[in-house]
Design a protein around this ligand. Structure first.
Ligand code: 2P0
Length: 322
């Protein structure tokens, strides 16, 4: 038996498209911040008495497509370790109630850590990030704390994460504005593939990411929060342009997303440095220097209830224990 705790992450330079859908090799590099506030804890034990994997999430049994995806992942662990037993998987997502931020990143990172250890594998962090990638692309980055880069690579061995700054030693902070609790209609897996196939802007996106990765790394090295935020905001808007320009086009934004963007821009017009980013859903995350936190929370509280504003520091990498 083994247990692992992994935190979710928010990309500052986004992953949006695969080269290899089976191995989950992305089209581009990406870069994220691991968040302290949101994490998943997962316990795995292999049991010869089982005739199928037994999976619960937040104490509710998981069946159907959700279970099939976890079993496919466990099959990879069984193949790597030479074990044949089915497993008990008990997972808890620690996200604020009504977050709508539950993430496959922390889920598959924690599952990779717990399942590999329970199966008797002793993987390096790099190999854990490669294994987590097989469950969900963004999980690759959740093996490490702080600021993390996922090298796209070109095959299973070369596509893994590396830490850029494991302990964030300057004021970078993120705040999530919880605008919606509903389940998204278009999964990121489907949405990103549709962008790869049908957006006429996809080749430009690859150039954008290459340039944003260089700018972002230089900004991190310089502790330049304004440049980090500006680059992340530009990158997010260009990623979302890939959803609008797919065929059929769609968006993850709703009217509250646009209100949140407007609220951040109003703060900026008042001279407060803060920037927004959005993922495959309507929630908005704000990037800023923690010295400005109180003014930003007070400003956003004019539009959103305070209990929908969740501040998070950079969080730690995966922990695994027996
Ligand atoms: C990211 N997102 O870099 C981007 C930005 C959402 C928007 O990674 O198909 O759940 O499991 O590899 O990792 C969400 O996609 O997709 C994601 P799969 P995943 O964080």
């Amino acid at each position: 038996m083994a247990t692992a705790k992994a935190h979710t992450n928010i990309a500052l330079v986004k992953y949006w498209g695969k080269k290899d859908q089976d191995l989950i090799i992305p089209q581009t590099d990406s870069l994220s911040m691991t968040l302290d506030e949101f994490y998943t804890t997962t316990r795995v034990s292999f049991d010869p008495a089982l005739t199928a994997d037994q999976i619960t999430v937040n104490d509710q049994p998981v069946t159907g497509d959700g279970a099939a995806r976890i079993t496919r992942f466990l099959d990879i662990v069984r193949q790597l370790s030479g074990r044949h037993e089915f497993a008990h998987v008990d997972s808890h997502n620690h996200v604020p109630t009504a977050a709508g931020l539950a993430s496959s990143a922390s889920a598959f990172a924690a599952l990779a850590g717990a399942a590999s250890r329970a199966a008797g594998l002793d993987l390096s962090r790099r190999d854990l990030s490669r294994l987590a990638r097989r469950g969900s692309g963004s999980a690759t980055r959740s093996i490490y704390g702080g600021l993390v880069e996922w090298h796209r690579g070109h095959d299973d061995a070369s596509s893994y994460a590396d830490p850029i700054m494991e302990k964030v030693d300057f004021g970078l902070e993120m705040l999530a504005i919880m605008v919606s609790t509903g389940r998204k209609k278009i999964s990121s897996r489907y949405g990103m593939q549709s962008s790869v196939i049908s957006s006429p802007y996809y080749d430009s996106w690859k150039e954008v990411v290459e340039s944003n990765m260089a700018t972002m790394k230089a900004a991190i090295a310089a502790h330049d929060i304004q440049a980090i935020g500006h680059t992340a905001e530009e990158n997010a808007l260009r990623m979302h342009a890939l959803t609008l320009s797919a065929d059929p086009g769609y968006t993850y934004f709703n009217s509250e997303t646009l209100s949140a963007i407007a609220a951040v821009r109003r703060l900026r017009e008042q001279g407060i440095n803060c920037y927004f980013t959005m993922d495959a859903g309507p929630n908005v995350k704000v990037i800023y220097d923690r010295a400005d936190r109180d003014r930003i929370v007070d400003g956003l509280a004019q539009t959103f209830d305070r209990d929908r504003l969740v501040v998070s520091q950079a969080g730690p990498g995966i922990e695994i224990w027996d």
